[in-house]
Every structure is written in structure tokens, then in C-alpha cells.
Design a protein around this ligand. Structure first.
Ligand code: EPU
Length: 435
């Protein structure tokens, strides 16, 4: 086990590059199961979650190679196995994104239901409902979701994918990936509009799929008979980029994120500007600079895209901990996603949680402390809080952060942070992290 030791009180300044998006890469790599021939996917981040998905693809009969230039080559060699192993799926719940491609292409799938994780129960009923409406017979066998497609194949349908918390990102991805091979036309209403879903749809179109309404809540998919391997470059990670912008805010810094797309970060940029941060959009970068005065408090509510992303809630809450006044942060996607609150309290933040809302009383500064990472984004919040805090912060269970941030300490140290990765003899937290 390793931990991060952070010497805080540093103003982060300079330039840092955004990596490829984790949440776009996972379903895009899974989509390669749909195509004949070889697909080449570029800008895939080097992360433990990506490695888990690549292992699942190997289990499912794919040749997977990383080229010297970093691109990943995937070729389906053997389609006889349609079962993802529990051992791998239980390590990353996003592995469920192989379900749609298996149902669409192999007409049969057995995928363990990923358990909940620390951010909530996270059901997959919408995925099931969508595939069922396309004609797949869905059943449960010893914790595995089993899908069987009739010999006549899937049939296009009108499918409403809105749930109690709005649209579903991976649910939309799964149903879209199955529908590309259905007979006739499928319409997904209340489809997720996240840039990661758009990136996946763009790849599918490159493979030969016929999809209209990409980026809107109404996707129309005309079934095709074959898809061929394609080349694709993954979009930059808007959540990683947003984390660096939040780091500029909490450390009174001035950070330019190269490769970041301002059009994917509108809600976060709006909130930053409300705090008084000066945000400049370059052609291929976003810069956030701290003003001369303390940050102003802001109320923010997470919502499906284009609303404020739940995956930036923890990091922005950390920044608001040092604003001059009271902010209110409300979580509308995962009402229990507040594991960072108790750790930020240990660092001197003044937070009061009531249901899915946290009231943040800004303090002039936070202080270093030993804390525990509980899931990916909560960990990121603690890392940037540690960079700003007076004194030393130690973060344990950092395997969570390695799931979604490529070389985080190297990137932040390049901006002037003082982060060391050292061995940690303490016992890890056994709970699965979110993805
Ligand atoms: N939901 C249902 N039924 C379903 C599916 C979802 O009720 O069948 C609910 C969820 O419980 C949640 C809401 O709908 O309240 C949205 O869930 P969604 O399905 O959109 O989430 P996801 O696809 O499982 C992805 C990201 C998450 C991110 C969410 C929301 C990936 C691999 N994961 O999860 O990313 O928080 O969308 O934007 O794309 C992270 O990167 O840290 C992370 C957790």
C-alpha cells in the first residue's frame, strides 16, 4: 500500500495537460467488441480502471496491444465466451459497459451485477429495461445478469431511459451499443447527453453505425448488419481538468490546463467565475486565476450534463471551504456522495450536512491532517485540500485515486505542489470505490 504525503500551503501555478477521459475510454474500449477487424484507440489514459477493462476484453476473446505510441489496438479473435468474470467486474462497476456490446453482437451475455459502492446503491434497472425493450430476455442467475436474444435478433423500439435521478450515462451507452445491431430503428428518449456518451456515439458512427441526435436527449439509431474496426482519439478528461481548476481556486493559484475543452466545462467555469476566479478560454486550454480577494461563496447543485457534474462536487466543495461566506452544495445524482465531508472536517473545514445538502461555512484556511481516501473524487478533493492546507496532510488508501487520475502527484508537483508517494504499512479500507 502507498500513501500520499503533502506539504501544503503552496500556491499552484503553471500549465498542466489533461489526459484522455476515463469515463469515455471505458465504454469506447468495450465498443470494440462490436466491430470486425482491428480498432485503434488513442489518448487512452493509463489507469487501473482501464487495465481492468482491458483484462475483461482479453477474457472475452480480444487481442489487446498497447502500441509504442500509447494507442491501444483491439481485435476480436474469438467470440465463444460471453461471460465477464465476477473477479474482474467486482473490482470496477463500470465493467457493466460490456453488457450492451455482448447483447448486440454475440446475442448472449452473462455479466455479474456490479455491487453498490461507497457513493450509493447504483442500480442498473434502466440498462435491463432498455435491453428488454429491444427484445432481449433478461434473467438473474447467482448474481449474474443473463441476457438472451431470440434467433430473429433484437428489434428496434422506443425506449424511455429517464430514472429517478435523470438520465443514465452507462445505461444510455449500453442500450445504444446493443441497438446498433437491432432490426429497424430504436429511439432512446431521455438519453444522457454527457460528452463521454457523444464520444462513444462518434466512434460507433466511425465503425459504420447510423445514429442521429448525438448529444441530445433523443437518440435515433438505425440498425446495421456490420460494423468494422475504426480509429478514434478519446476526448480530454473534463473531470480531471475541472479538478486542476478547482486546485487553482483552493490554493489561490493560477493554472492553465492544456487540452481542456471549455465547451465541456461550462457549468464548472460558471461556478468558478461566480467565486471571483478569472477564467480564460484558450483555443485548446482553460486557465483559472485567483483574484486578489478571497473567493466568494456560491450555491451549486449537481445535475446531469450540461448541469454541474457530480464528479466535481467534492473538489469544488473543498475549494468553497476557504471562500468568504456560506455556500450550499446539493447533490442530485448520488444523494449519499459526501464521504469527503468527514475528512474535510478533520482538516478544519466547517461543514454541516443535512440530507443531500451540505452547508459550507468558509474559513480563512484549512490545516493538514491524516485522512483516508474513500472513493476517486473524494480522494481528489483531499489531494487539492492538502495542497492548500497549512502543514502536512497524509492521505491513505490512494489506490482510489489511481483509478481515475494519471500521475496525479507528478502533474500537481509540476504546478508547485509538494506531494510525495510513500509506502504505507496500514491496512486498506476493503470497500469498493466508485467508477
Ligand atoms: N440510475 C438508476 N438506474 C440505472 C442507472 C442509474 O437509477 O439503471 C441512477 C444512479 O443511481 C444515479 C443516476 O441514475 O443516481 C445516474 O447514474 P448513471 O447511470 O448516469 O451513472 P453511471 O453511468 O453508473 C457514470 C460515471 C460516474 C458518474 C456518473 C454520473 C462512468 C464509468 N462512470 O456512472 O463516474 O458519476 O456517470 O455522471 O462513466 C467517477 O468517474 O468518479 C464516477 C463515479
Amino acid at each position: 500500500m502507498e500513501k500520499l504525503v503533502i506539504e501544503g500551503g503552496k500556491r499552484l501555478t503553471g500549465r498542466v495537460s489533461a489526459s484522455g477521459s476515463k469515463n469515455a475510454a471505458l465504454p469506447i474500449l468495450a465498443a470494440c467488441l462490436l466491430a470486425e477487424g482491428t480498432s485503434v484507440i488513442r489518448n487512452v489514459p493509463s489507469l487501473s480502471d482501464v487495465e481492468i477493462l482491458l483484462s475483461i476484453l482479453r477474457e472475452l476473446g480480444c487481442r489487446v496491444d498497447r502500441r509504442p505510441d500509447g494507442a491501444i489496438e483491439i481485435e476480436v479473435r474469438d467470440e465463444s465466451n460471453s461471460r465477464a468474470s465476477y473477479e474482474l467486474v467486482s473490482r470496477m462497476r463500470a465493467s457493466v459497459c460490456v453488457l450492451g456490446p455482448l447483447v448486440g453482437r454475440r446475442k448472449t451475455a452473462r455479466v455479474p451485477i456490479p455491487g453498490g459502492c461507497v457513493i450509493g446503491v447504483r442500480p442498473i434497472d434502466l440498462h435491463e429495461k432498455g435491453l428488454q425493450q429491444l427484445g432481449a430476455r433478461m434473467s438473474l442467475d447467482r448474481g449474474d445478469l443473463v441476457a438472451e436474444v431470440p434467433p430473429s435478433g433484437l428489434t428496434g423500439a422506443e425506449i424511455f431511459l429517464g430514472g429517478p435521478f435523470g438520465s443514465s450515462v452507462t445505461g444510455t451507452a449500453n442500450v445504444m451499443m446493443a441497438a446498433v445491431y437491432a432490426n429497424g430503428t430504436t429511439v432512446i428518449e431521455s438519453a444522457a447527453c454527457e460528452p463521454e456518451v457523444v464520444d462513444l456515439a462518434d466512434l460507433l458512427v466511425r465503425m459504420g453505425a447510423r445514429i442521429e441526435g448525438i448529444g441530445s436527449p433523443r437518440l435515433t439509431i438505425h440498425g446495421v448488419k456490420t460494423l468494422r474496426g475504426a480509429e478514434h482519439t478519446i476526448i480530454p478528461d473534463r473531470i480531471e481538468a475541472g479538478t486542476f481548476l478547482a486546485a487553482a481556486a483552493i490554493t489561490r493559484g493560477d493554472v492553465t490546463v492544456d487540452g481542456a475543452r471549455g465547451d465541456h466545462l461550462r457549468a464548472a467555469i460558471h461556478v468558478l467565475r461566480e467565486t471571483g476566479m478569472r477564467v480564460e478560454l484558450g483555443k485548446n486550454s482553460v486557465r483559472a486565476a485567483h483574484p486578489d480577494h478571497p473567493l466568494r461563496p456560491v450555491d451549486l447543485t449537481t445535475l446531469p450534463y450540461p448541469g454541474f457534474p457530480t464528479d466535481l462536487q467534492a473538489q469544488f466543495m473543498a475549494a468553497l471551504c476557504v471562500a468568504d461566506g456560506i455556500s450550499v452544495v446539493t447533490e442530485k445524482i448520488y444523494p449519499d456522495r459526501f464521504m469527503h465531508v468527514s475528512e474535510l472536517l478533520r482538516m478544519g473545514a466547517e461543514l454541516r450536512k443535512s440530507g443531500a445538502t451540505v452547508v459550507v461555512h468558509g474559513v480563512p484556511h484549512i490545516v493538514g491532517a491524516p485522512v483516508r481516501a474513500s472513493d476517486l473524487r473524494a480522494s481528489a478533493a483531499l489531494v487539492i485540500a492538502g495542497c492548500a492546507a497549512w502543514g502536512e496532510t497524509e492521505i491513505r488508501d490512494i489506490h482510489h485515486i489511481d483509478r481515475g487520475y494519471e500521475r496525479i502527484e507528478e502533474k500537481l508537483n509540476g504546478l508547485g505542489a509538494g506531494i510525495r508517494r510513500v509506502n504505507d504499512a496500514s491496512k486498506p479500507d476493503p470497500r469498493p470505490g466508485a467508477s
